[in-house]
Design a protein around this ligand. Structure first.
Ligand SMILES: [Zn+2]
Length: 85
């Protein structure tokens, strides 16, 4: 089953982007990929949150480094259903 998790972030100046995690697994394979949507990879986060330390998101509009404190929402999507947590 394929699952997408969107972690929405908003920088201190109000610009918005998302970290998109894709996971897929069936009986034969399993993979995971984290990509950025509307964000750049050149942030400076170096804390305990693995998602942010691996993707080091930054705001392309104002250049600020973004961390877990800038998270504004979470969304999980499978192929047939949408659930907002
Ligand atoms: Zn910004």
């Amino acid at each position: 089953m394929a699952l997408r998790t969107f972690t929405h972030v908003t920088c201190p100046r109000g610009h918005q982007g998302s970290i998109v995690e894709s996971t897929y697994h069936d009986s034969r394979s399993h993979w995971y990929l984290a990509t950025l949507r509307g964000l750049l990879h050149n942030g400076r986060y170096d804390g305990l949150d693995v998602l942010f330390s691996e993707t080091t998101p930054s705001c392309p509009a104002c250049g600020r480094s973004l961390g877990p404190e800038h998270m504004t929402g979470h969304e999980h999507r499978t192929l047939n259903a949408v659930a907002v947590v």
